[in-house]
Write a protein that binds this ligand. Structure first.
Ligand SMILES: [Zn+2]
Length: 398
């Protein structure tokens, strides 16, 4: 038995006054964020230094808040430090146009850790600690907790709760620890995965099994989202900014964003589940996956938002594959995938395929392009003595 972190997102139900206080939480968190950034900028101007954890903690302690408690403030400070660290790392890696945080935030997700939340498992309720206040007699008192109600049961062993506002609703993102039973696979076959835009997952095993799971559904959701958002964006551009009509379009834009996000998450879960079932059925105990993250880092930055999003989807697919396969006792290893789509499985000649079919200019052998990618990834890590066949199993998510 081992323990693993999991996350879940639950829609929050609560009364009107608590809803107001939730909004206030994220407003106050943004205020703390802004003050931390401001303090950092000031300190940097004065003596080229940045605040560390302790100096931030003393700084935020003195900022008066109505709703959020000291723990929430400290978490915001930690997030500021994380943000600076991430940007600094990126800049050191050569992405010099990455900017340190500078925008004034209006809202920022508030986080509570387990010492500051109280769970009622019978009622499916979580109460959040809020700021202390001084009453008329000058006595410090605990503020009335914010009570969140949920329709589904809440997990045991909650570690943190993050308050997210999306599509005009509040959600609790809960991370919790859970016991996982690690299975030992009874087989020892090996497979490799090539991730792609049209064919989401292509896989080849050392038992000559070939699988393609198409990502058409995911593409069509993205296309729908991009089209709708572009339409709304151009309508917004014609209105006066922040006018009533502008806000109306903006709300619609946000709605499309959160709805398609939910759809995409659902389909990505389904896709990775399908693959895991296939791997189990084929007795696979180890999967190599061509790592596609960071392919476009440094080039074409900031110009194409869609590209960024699709890149992120690969990250999510890999993350879900990793954890779903691991639960079945299957190891998941990310490997370098350079040239894997170019080398001919028959003669080893390097071609640059231009369409969906791979046709070798040296030996004139023809293959499916994505199968070639997966075959090469497998061959690089686990020498094969066969070439891809025409026998491929196709699956699609509907
Ligand atoms: Zn060839």
């Amino acid at each position: 038995m081992t323990q693993q972190y999991r996350t879940m997102r639950l829609l929050i139900n609560c009364n009107k006054s608590d809803l107001k206080r939730l909004q206030m939480c994220n407003k106050e968190s943004a205020m703390i964020w802004n003050k931390c950034i401001e303090a950092n900028n000031k300190l940097y101007e004065e003596n080229k230094k940045l605040h560390n954890r302790n100096s931030f903690f003393t700084l935020v302690k003195d900022i008066e808040t109505e709703v959020i408690c000291s723990n929430n403030k400290q978490t915001v400070a930690k997030r500021v430090i994380d943000a600076y660290k991430a940007i600094s790392k990126a800049r050191k890696a050569g992405r010099v146009d990455e900017k340190y945080p500078y925008k004034i935030k209006k809202y920022f997700p508030t986080e509570w850790d387990y010492n500051y939340l109280f769970c009622d498992y019978n009622k499916n309720e979580i109460s959040l600690t809020v700021s202390r206040f001084t009453d008329a007699n000058g006595v410090a008192r605990n503020g009335k907790q914010i009570r969140l109600k949920f329709k589904t049961s809440i997990p045991q062993n909650i570690k943190t709760l993050k308050l997210i506002y999306e599509g005009e609703r509040y959600y609790a993102c809960i991370s919790y620890l859970t016991d996982v039973e690690e299975k030992q696979p009874s087989f020892s076959n090996v497979a490799a995965i090539d991730l792609g835009e049209i064919h989401a997952i292509t896989s080849v095993s050392d038992q000559q099994d070939q699988l393609i799971i198409t990502g058409r559904k995911i593409r069509s959701i993205k296309q729908f989202r991009n089209k709708k958002q572009a339409e709304l964006r151009s309508k917004m551009d014609k209105c006066t900014k922040y006018s009533r009509q502008w806000h109306k379009y903006n709300r619609a834009w946000q709605y499309i964003k959160s709805k398609t996000r939910r759809q995409l998450d659902y389909h990505i879960h389904k896709l990775t589940r399908m693959y895991t079932d296939w791997a189990k059925e084929k007795g696979i105990s180890l999967v190599y996956c061509g790592d596609v993250t960071g392919i476009d880092v440094g080039s074409n930055k900031g110009t194409n938002v869609n590209q960024k999003l699709s890149q992120w989807e690969y990250g999510l697919i890999m993350e879900l594959l990793d954890y779903k396969l691991r639960l079945e006792g299957i190891r998941f290893i990310k490997v370098n995938e350079s040239y894997s789509s170019q080398i001919c499985p028959s003669c080893g000649f390097k071609n640059k395929p231009t369409n969906r079919n791979y046709c070798c200019s040296n030996c004139e052998e023809e293959y499916h392009r994505d199968i070639v990618g997966a075959w090469n990834i497998l061959n690089m890590n686990h020498k094969l003595d066969f070439v891809p066949s025409r026998n491929t199993k196709y699956l699609r998510i509907s």
